[in-house]
Design a binder for this molecule. Structure first.
Ligand SMILES: Nc1ncnc2c1ncn2[C@@H]1O[C@H](COP(=O)(O)OP(=O)(O)O)[C@@H](O)[C@H]1O
Ligand SMILES: [Mg+2]
Length: 428
């Protein structure tokens, strides 16, 4: 089978790495890929939102199955274009991708189908939004309706912060149309977890539960990022809670989409807050989590190719995943200054010595190969993934490896897993 992966991050490197082990794969392409992916797949120089050109490529390269990484490609309608041209692709179409690309749509769906989530209201008018914010009071959450690359949510601790957020989104329009409409929402309290399933629109195959670390600094301080680290499985979700989430959240969501006339195929990711009142949905994503997938896939024993193929064909009934025992932890190494301004083009040293190591994987995010050297080429640069019999062991592998990697300005969190660990793995 000839497979194309769309994307250029650590998530896509992890996907390509896993797919490359499948006996069913004869050729792997990635568009546009990165320095690490170039060692496992042929890179195609097409951007992730150039959906027509991506379809041209898939056709001319005789690709049997395309797998979409980023939400922006899905929101652009890459699946619609491929399907119209008779090309097989794993992911939801543009209409179904609204579950992620419109927070107003997803909140209204949850309300209609009684899927547990926080109280909320949707606004197109800043005046009305401000009145509602004043009525509810702080703490309160203000969210842009559309895709903002993970920057459109403001958890406001004071009334003036919340009113300021309404202004930034609706008056100053810092995210343009994405913030024309907003969701104002009750602040939920608890632990966060990511529940990711692969679905064919009827059946859902759960991945291991994971926990992401969104904030830049240790102790969950500083600005939100694309994710600074993740681990799986998280002990926050025991088998009883996992089955509760499937019955009360995941399956009702899939059925709700069907009832509303959408056929939802691909990845459904529920970002949950585990509140004292049970799990509640913060948001949905319609693609694999990055960096969660980097911590999940190394533990997947089953071949991923038939699973994705069955999802596309609507054959997931009875399919099961086999998992390795133990834990995986992914620590993101970023450029200094990220998520603000940062410099690229710094030579990364120490990677060769970490190749072919047991219990260690390096997935590249923003990197580029240049005359045999590896250069930093983005905000998030590397994902260092350790594996161990437990979370502590996995983190030890990852942090030991990071200690031997160097590039100018590199930064990373030293406390991945801190919400569930009894004592820190890195002490400094
Ligand atoms: N209702 C809420 N209560 C408390 N925290 C929230 C709430 N909604 C979002 N958050 C926090 O903000 C982060 C980002 O919000 P999310 O809805 O996931 O939007 P996005 O990922 O699109 O930025 C969440 O991971 C969570 O930490
Ligand atoms: Mg989120």
């Amino acid at each position: 089978m000839r497979i194309l992966v769309i994307g250029s991050g650590g998530r896509e490197h992890a996907l390509v790495w896993k797919l490359s082990q499948s006996p069913e794969v004869t050729k792997l392409y990635c568009a546009p890929g990165n320095g690490g992916i170039s060692e496992l797949a042929e890179l195609l120089d097409v951007g992730t939102e150039n959906v027509d050109e991506l379809a041209d490529m898939a056709e001319s390269k005789d690709v049997d199955l395309t797998i979409v990484g980023p939400e922006s490609s899905l929101a652009k309608g890459v699946v619609d274009v491929f399907e119209k041209r008779g090309l097989r692709i794993f992911g939801p179409n543009k209409a179904a991708a609204k579950l992620e690309s419109s927070k107003a749509f997803s909140k209204n769906l949850m309300k209609k189908y009684q899927i547990p989530t926080g109280q909320f209201a949707v606004f197109d008018d800043p005046q009305a939004a401000r009145a509602y914010v004043r009525q509810l009071g702080a703490p309160i959450v203000v969210k842009a309706d559309g895709l903002c690359g993970g920057k459109g949510t403001i958890v406001a601790h004071t009334l003036s912060e919340a009113l300021g957020a309404v202004d930034l989104l609706m008056e100053d329009r810092i995210f343009k149309q994405a913030g024309e409409r907003i969701v104002v929402e009750e602040r939920l309290v608890g632990e966060e977890t990511s529940i990711i399933v692969i679905t064919d629109g009827v059946y859902a195959l759960p991945m291991l539960p994971a926990q992401d670390h969104k904030r830049l600094h240790d102790g969950d301080k500083g600005p939100n990022t694309g994710g600074m680290g993740a681990y799986a499985p998280t002990p926050l979700v025991d088998p009883a809670l996992a089955s509760q989430v499937m019955q009360q959240i995941i399956m009702p969501t899939i059925r709700a989409m069907t009832s509303e006339g959408f056929s939802f195929k691909g990845v459904l990711y529920a970002g949950l807050m585990l509140t004292s009142d049970g799990p509640k949905v913060l948001e949905y994503n319609v693609r694999f989590g990055d960096p969660e997938l980097q911590a999940i896939l190394p533990l997947l024993k089953s071949d991923l190719v038939p699973i994705l193929d069955d999802a596309v064909e609507g054959r997931l009934s009875g399919v099961q995943c086999e998992w390795e025992p133990g834990s995986c932890a992914c620590v993101v190494v970023a450029s200094g200054g990220y998520p603000g301004d940062f410099q690229i083009g710094k030579e990364i040293r120490g990677l060769d010595a970490l190749k072919n190591r047991r219990d260690l994987l390096i997935f590249h995010a923003g990197t580029k190969k240049d005359k045999g050297r590896t250069l930093s080429w983005g905000g998030r640069v590397l994902n260092v993934v350790g594996r161990g019999p437990d979370l502590e062991g996995a983190l030890k592998q990852a942090y030991e490896a990071i200690g031997t990697i160097h590039f100018d300005g590199m930064s990373y969190r030293k406390d991945i897993g801190h919400r569930v660990l009894k004592k820190p793995v890195v002490t400094s």
